[in-house]
Design a protein around this ligand. Structure first.
Ligand SMILES: Cc1cc2nc3c(=O)[nH]c(=O)nc-3n(C[C@H](O)[C@H](O)[C@H](O)COP(=O)(O)OP(=O)(O)OC[C@H]3O[C@@H](n4cnc5c(N)ncnc54)[C@H](O)[C@@H]3O)c2cc1C
Length: 445
């Protein structure tokens, strides 16, 4: 016999997108249920982004001789830390009086979802079920030797050596992490550059740092096949050579988590996503899809923003409107890279002329006081002096980029920024310095 319960909104998927949507809706007065198939938190809070950053942060600014101690400390406390994190997520949801259901349920139709013996009825659904790692047939993930980020984040099981398949953001952050804790790392990237889609001068310091940690980076050659030997993975590359390590981490492919029973609704899917309109509605007028599952941009802050915007629509009828082109991006390595707006390669591709300014953190008064040696800010402006892009490399730069997308969205000019005071002495003065310079530089393109 089924029990039936009615909600205003049901969120399917307790990752970062689902978590924020559920809380915003509940705080706005809606009666909300959250359904999670596995563990709350999803990739960002439980299986990837946040744990990776926690480990990387632990190694910031420390001396070489402290590495062993920090590593041991992290490993001993790792299980406990994750349990604390999980408890925090659950408590926040329960404090908000959100009903949590665990299990792999299914759509009955566009208004009803079945989970165990419970039928949940609702006015709106938000699908936020994310994606999971995938691979090619000849590189089969077994979770032991050929692993994904879910196993790679488990610090209680660190290999002596690892091959990272993919020099993308995920691959390069794991390369930095593993190299710091003393693992022999090989990165295989089939394109000619790691962190593809970023200007060479931004990638260069990160690549140099990885090399200084003895990371071997093989570029321009893909991985074709992986075979598991005795405690070893042998990876055959496109040029016929073989590289070998204790484990291989696959980062180059993901596949969508479609909820069961989707065929009982009018929701349309493609091979890799749920298809949504610009306002994030599916082909059902009461079912939204947010975060990685809609394939728009696979980043945690995109999932959060989409969740908040959809919630605003449900609560207050505010149209969903998101400017993806001014969302900030970051790579959490040593040093970090962060920025917003256009990069040079994009402007060159579009034949858009621009002016460039570069200023170094070490040349600012605060940089001098802090003994900062590395890092710079690169500003890109148009011929009308409007800001097109602000990019940075250096320690903690992900913290400075914050709301700068708004400057680009509002089409602010260099003069408008220069007439606003920035704290002295601070490292953000380097941004002013770069902007000042870009104004007077010659036009490129
Ligand atoms: C290693 C790594 C590092 C990353 N670092 C960053 C970073 O620094 N910054 C950044 O912006 N992004 C980062 N990302 C990307 C970011 O984690 C994702 O964009 C984000 O997690 C997407 O959130 P989501 O809520 O859409 O999906 P997910 O986080 O995937 O959450 C989906 C949830 O739905 C659940 N679920 C799945 N199917 C069902 C079902 N049928 N029923 C109920 N529940 C279900 C899952 O168990 C999961 O809990 C990183 C990704 C990885 C892999």
């Amino acid at each position: 016999m089924y029990k039936v319960k009615k909600y205003d909104v049901v969120v399917i998927g307790g990752g970062i997108g689902g978590y924020y949507s559920a809380r915003v809706l509940r705080n706005g007065g809606k009666v909300v249920a959250l359904i999670e198939k596995d563990k709350l938190g999803g990739i960002a809070l439980r299986w990837g982004a946040l744990p990776v950053k926690k480990i990387l942060d632990s190694f910031k600014g420390i001396k070489k001789e402290q590495i062993k101690e920090i590593r041991e400390n992290l490993i001993t406390k790792w299980d406990d830390d994750l349990k604390k994190l999980e408890k925090k997520i659950i408590n926040n949801l329960l404090d908000d009086e959100i009903d949590i259901y665990y299990g792999d349920g299914e759509f009955i139709d566009s208004k009803r979802f079945k989970i165990g013996s419970q039928i949940i009825e609702t006015d709106y659904f938000i699908v936020a079920t994310g994606t999971k790692p995938a691979s090619i047939k000849d590189i089969p993930i077994d979770g032991v030797n050929i692993i994904t980020h879910k196993e790679a984040i488990d610090l209680t099981n660190i290999p002596k050596s690892i091959i990272i398949l993919g020099g993308n953001v995920e691959g390069i952050e794991f390369a930095a992490l593993y190299a710091k804790i003393g693992v022999d790392v090989i990165v295989i990237e089939k394109e000619e550059s790691i962190l593809l889609g970023n200007d060479e001068d931004l990638v260069f310091p990160i690549e140099e740092n990885l090399k200084s940690l003895n990371v071997k980076i093989i570029k321009g050659i893909g991985a074709r096949k992986a075979e598991i030997g005795k405690n070893r993975v042998n990876v055959l590359l496109d040029d016929g050579s073989i590289v070998s390590a204790e484990k291989a981490l696959v980062t180059f492919m993901r596949t969508p988590n479609f909820p069961k029973g989707i065929e009982n609704t009018k929701i349309k899917t493609s091979k890799d996503r749920i298809i949504v309109r610009e306002d994030l509605l599916t082909d059902e007028e009461n079912i939204f899809a947010i975060g990685d599952i809609n394939g728009i941009l696979g980043m945690a802050h995109v999932a959060i923003q989409q969740g908040i915007k959809v919630s605003d629509y449900i609560l207050r009828d505010i149209p969903v409107d998101i400017s993806y082109e001014v969302l900030p991006r970051a790579v959490f390595t040593f040093p970090e890279m962060a920025g917003v707006g256009k990069q040079e390669w994009e402007l060159k591709k579009d034949n858009t002329p621009y002016k460039l300014g570069i200023a170094y953190f070490k040349d600012s008064w605060r940089g001098w006081a802090k003994n900062i040696e590395e890092g710079f800010v690169k500003t890109i402006i148009g011929l009308d002096n409007k800001i097109l892009g602000i990019w940075m490399v250096g320690e903690n730069v992900s913290e400075y980029i914050g709301l700068m997308g708004q400057l680009i969205k509002e089409e602010r000019t260099v003069d408008e920024i220069l007439s606003n005071l920035i704290i002295h002495p601070s490292l953000t003065e380097t941004i002013l310095e770069a902007l000042l310079q870009s104004k007077n530089e010659k036009v490129i393109g």
